[in-house]
Design a protein around this ligand. Sequence first.
Ligand code: SAM
Ligand code: DTB
Ligand code: SF4
Length: 338
Amino acid sequence: MDAASISYDNNREPSSQPRHDWTRAEAETLYDRPFADLIFQAQSIHRNNFDPNHVETASLLSIKTGGCPEDCGYCSQSAHYDTGVKATKLMDADEVLATALRARDAGASRFCMAAAWRNPKDKDLDRVCDMVSAVKGLGLETCATLGMLTPDQARRLRDAGLDFYNHNVDTSPEFYGRIITTRTMQDRIDTLAHAREAGLKVCCGGIVGMGEQVGDRLGMLVLLANLPTHPESVPINMWNEVKAVPVNDTAERPDPIALVRMIAVARVMMPKSVVRLSAGRQYMTDELQALCFLAGANSIFIGDVLLTTKNPQATRDANLLGRLGITSQLDNAIDPAA
Ligand code: SAM
Ligand code: DTB
Ligand code: SF4
């Protein structure tokens, strides 16, 4: 049966509650719907669950850069590849707090602290907990991404005031082994469960543009949507180019329409999750980003850099959101020149 001949009850779908029994075939059928039908369905669901004219703005800080023992084939921070990224020590809490304050003033509502670790050592975690408490004290939502966590470490972060833990599945179970060999998909799922059991909200998504097939992108979404609880945040990263990493041999930037379709499928399958148009916006036209917002993306990273790679400038983002009539915390940014 071709996609166009499948009839959908558009009155039922938009009000549907989160499901956890998605099949790859259902995801493919959704993905293959005529574009207008898919976008209408995604936008209807979006409107039932969110203000369609608002996006969340998150800010990222690399609190410990480079020298990572993992071999993630896309990453500038892996010690396995000669990417030119210099390894640093864990930042001081004062510096993190000052950066968070600047991010808040620049219009961020969430502050995500990232460390290039396989997993945190307990003494380092104490320091991160202090940072989390201080950042929370600024009135920002807090997020951390520190690699694998034990249940006890997850609880300590929660007690320090952490709201979200970011830990991505990155890609489909089938493609995963082509990208990472030093940590399994099950390791990642275990860490997600530890974060969840500690009462943390979960931020979990992945990367497109590494040479995966559309089926892998959908496989990743099925994996996310079938977790016992949908991640509250789903970051969809487009691979930001990094020199000298293995992904250069396979990378292929997705067709823009394919990216919009993927965002729409994510919105339909995880109706109440915030979908973040994450890394890779530097390669996207304003029109493509607008279509992604229409398809249900409702979060972005702001700031000129992500961790080690570029992000669109704040002025470009403010201009784009303004032209689309989309509100965000950027509207309340404090002009440092004023
Ligand atoms: N080291 C921790 C870990 O991997 O669990 C946390 C930081 S790591 C940089 C967080 C995520 O950023 C990765 O899982 C991956 O999805 C994403 N990422 C890393 N490098 C990227 C790149 N060059 N382009 C797009 N996304 C990337
Ligand atoms: C996520 O999914 N994307 C962010 C955040 N979680 C930590 C990281 C993007 C990193 C892009 C590559 C870089 O700047 O090094
Ligand atoms: Fe290390 Fe995270 Fe980069 Fe993998 S993605 S190499 S774990 S910093």
